[in-house]
Design a protein around this ligand. Structure first.
Ligand SMILES: NC(=O)c1ccc[n+]([C@@H]2O[C@H](COP(=O)([O-])OP(=O)(O)OC[C@H]3O[C@@H](n4cnc5c(N)ncnc54)[C@H](O)[C@@H]3O)[C@@H](O)[C@H]2O)c1
Length: 350
């Protein structure tokens, strides 16, 4: 299957390209990036493929069956919709889009052109997350009445003044960048609870003025002192659903010297703490005593699983993966409500 990778930056080089290369059925034909040197660098590094700068050249090639969209968020909708219209199957990086309206346009195009549109919510292909979902589905936790989500870092604003902190490009800050993964895990493991009311507040206190921001290291950097910083660096929120109450605290930056990145599933019979990207612990009771079990069933690479599943899915576009846009739109809807509540400083009823 001939593939094109559109956007040859961090996630393309660290995850998509190596995973396609390990899939025996896939062959990358194009490396596309608006920065010509980046497309060419990929060709040079991997030793094959054609470097292009305009994604429309890729879509015009009838040999291409599937594309990865690894560009910043502001291009996700445009490129994904154009690719679907050109009859290509699409794996678009997370978040689906900057706004709910853009994500809905993508969903509409998927329905219209009947090709695959999966979103890069890669934790759904993570062995530990899948095992955790299996345990939750078995009923071992009893009624899950609260889920507490923490995606907090000490000083970790990405590329301050660049694409990640410019609302017109990214659509938002820590919620849309990190929170999207955490909320996706909650939705996946709790059976897509439907939000009823949402309340949130967002903060941007430490990153501005850009020139005065103090940090240890900066991913997606260096800082651009004349760039934009109009997204949230921190968020707190509470979501009442028809299932558990979801409370969340996220921060790219805060004046606390720890990073707390986990999700707690609190049930009447047992609870689980998932360390994000790692193992999880199950806390319960047995024979009148407290129990604690650490689970780590990691056998495979989640990005490889995601790409392998996408290739298989592209051969059968009528089938649906758990990362399908029609599933992911629920998380986008939730993020939209959180942002609306924060903007209006009041609870939003859905
Ligand atoms: N799944 C994950 O865990 C994960 C991790 C990191 C990033 N991401 C997502 O991946 C996307 C890219 O992030 P990144 O960190 O790789 O960014 P990046 O800036 O390193 O790479 C993006 C690349 O896209 C190119 N580009 C921009 N517009 C383009 C266009 N119209 N056509 C072709 N190329 C274009 C840029 O020149 C750049 O090289 C973002 O949406 C981000 O949220 C996901």
């Amino acid at each position: 299957m001939k593939i094109a990778v559109i956007g040859c930056g961090t996630i393309a080089n660290s995850a998509h390209i190596p995973s396609y290369m390990k899939n025996s059925e896939a062959e990358i034909k194009y490396f596309c990036d608006i920065i010509p040197e980046r497309a060419q660098a990929a060709v040079d590094k991997y030793g094959y493929g054609i470097a292009v700068t305009d994604y429309r050249d890729v879509l015009a090639d009838p040999e291409i069956e599937a594309v990865s969209v690894c560009t910043p968020n502001n291009c996700h909708m445009e490129i994904s919709v154009a690719a679907l219209a050109a009859g290509k199957n699409v794996l678009c990086e997370k978040p689906a889009a900057r706004t709910l309206a853009e994500a809905e346009r993508m969903l509409q195009a998927q329905k219209e052109y009947k090709k695959v549109l999966n979103i890069g919510v890669v934790n759904r292909f993570n062995d530990n997350v899948r095992e955790m979902k299996r345990i939750i589905d078995s009923g071992r936790l009893g009624e899950i009445y609260q889920v507490y989500v923490s995606f907090r870092a000490h000083r970790s604003i990405p590329g301050l003044g660049g694409a990640f902190t410019t609302k017109a490009i990214a659509g938002g800050g820590v919620l849309i960048d990190w929170g999207v993964h955490y909320l996706d895990i909650v939705m996946y493991c709790c059976g897509d609870p439907v939000a009823k009311t949402v309340s949130a507040e967002c903060f941007s206190k430490l990153g501005s003025p850009i020139s005065e921001y103090v940090y240890e290291k900066m991913w997606a950097g260096p800082p651009q002192p004349d760039g934009a910083y109009d997204v949230e660096e921190a968020i707190t929120g509470i979501v009442r659903t028809d299932g558990p109450v979801i409370s969340l605290n996220g921060a790219w930056a805060q004046n606390i010297g720890v990073s707390d990145t986990y999700i707690d599933f609190l049930g009447t019979k047992a609870g689980i703490r998932l360390t994000y990207g790692g193992s999880f612990r199950v806390f319960g009771t047995a024979d009148g005593k407290l129990t604690e079990e650490t689970v780590d069933v990691t056998k495979s690479n989640m990005f490889q699983n995601e790409i392998d599943a996408f290739i298989e899915n592209a051969k059968h576009p009528e089938t649906m993966l758990p990362s399908h846009v029609s599933v992911n739109i629920k998380t986008q809807r939730l993020m939209d409500a959180l942002y609306r509540s924060a903007e209006e400083h009041r609870e939003v009823t859905l």
